[in-house]
Design a protein around this ligand. Structure first.
Ligand code: DAH
Length: 340
């Protein structure tokens, strides 16, 4: 019995000296743990003379409860101390500026497409989108290129395993879709969208890229309408002082066909590295819609006429921002994309 008393006194005295949570844990192991002194005192009961066991048992329980209670309040005390310590040292500065949430943005390709839409919207053009998976008829034949026509070689084509089904190589097949839907009404649309070509990827050419096609069909449409539209576009997009030059060219779906250059946006025609010393930058192909194409679209070429053009917004973006590698567009490098 007196051993129990000494144990209690010693344990309580030690507990008041405990200074931190580590020491408290050690104290707990030493006295209340599975192999602690109190456990030993409990096990000791078998050595106690039978007539004293009952009192001994009661006393052991009392000591256990006393030590457990003392331990619990010591734990609470240490917790309180730890909290005070952290409040004193780990101060929270609510006046610090917050961490900025980075804002999303439109891909540069989308930004430029929208600029182009805005310019043509002001000129009265509607937006019409058509399919990316096309058939041979729309991509070639209705555009005046029968099978075996050598001009098909101008477009390196991704064919599919289904005969006659391919990825469109240009947005021009959309002309046929629009005409068949609108006939015999007049048309003024642009057709933006992704095109695909089976080509080597280089700094200047990608296997996928956007085009914006334009198509106007009506009873009194002439080459001068095409020229006016192109000049208005170039000046709205690149500045009021822009000059435009037209060269004769060849596309199977237009007659006559032209290619359009604009004076260089860097040197204004004097000659620099962007325009390769020529003073001019190519911006689109265009022409007067070929009678055969009008006929395939359901318009009588004796009554109706039309103009069409096709441009590559990625090329135009490269000119506008002096981007020297077309692969940047779909490379998903944030360091590139965040500049726009
Ligand atoms: N489809 C042509 C190409 O991908 C571009 C083009 C040229 C479109 C003349 C036209 C056009 O509508 O009239 O190279």
């Amino acid at each position: 019995m007196s051993d129990l008393n000494t144990l209690e006194q010693r344990a309580l005295a030690e507990l008041t000296a405990v200074a931190d949570e580590d020491a408290l844990r050690a104290w707990n192991t030493r006295y209340l743990g599975d192999k602690g002194e109190l456990k030993q005192a409990i096990n000791n009961i078998k050595n106690v003379p039978a007539d004293q066991r009952r009192t001994y048992g009661q006393e052991v329980n009392r000591v256990k409860e006393a030590l457990t209670a003392a331990h619990d309040s010591a734990v609470a005390r240490e917790k309180e101390k730890a909290l005070e310590r952290s409040l004193a040292t780990d101060r929270l500065d609510v006046t610090l500026p917050g961490r900025a949430v980075s804002r999303g943005r439109l891909h540069v390709a989308t930004q430029v497409l929208r600029e182009i839409y805005a310019v043509f919207a002001d000129l009265g053009f509607q937006i019409y989108t058509s399919r990316e998976v096309e058939d041979d008829l729309h991509n070639f034949e209705y555009l005046n290129m029968p099978p075996h026509h050598p001009a098909r070689d101008m477009w390196d084509t991704f064919h599919t395993t289904t005969r006659g089904v391919l990825l469109r190589t240009h947005t021009s097949p959309g002309q046929i879709h629009v005409m068949r839907q609108f006939k015999p009404k007049p048309i003024r649309v642009i057709l933006p969208g992704m095109c695909y070509r089976y080509e080597a990827i280089t700094t200047r050419s990608e296997i996928m890229f956007h085009q914006v096609e334009g198509l106007a069909v009506g009873k009194h449409i002439r080459m001068s309408d095409l020229k006016g539209t192109i000049v208005a576009f170039a000046r709205r997009m690149f500045g009021e002082q822009r000059q435009v030059r037209i060269r004769s060219s060849y596309f199977p779906f237009t007659e006559p066909s032209i290619e359009v250059d604009m004076d260089c946006i860097v040197c204004s025609g004097k000659g620099c590295s962007l325009c390769k010393r020529t003073g001019w930058l190519e911006i689109m192909g265009a022409g007067m819609v070929h009678p055969a194409v009008l006929k395939h679209g359901g318009y009588d070429p004796d009554t109706f006429g039309g103009f069409a053009f096709g441009m590559g917004p990625q090329r135009i973006t490269m000119l506008k921002y002096a981007i020297d590698d077309i692969r940047q567009f779909w490379g998903n490098d944030l360091r590139f994309l965040q500049q726009f």
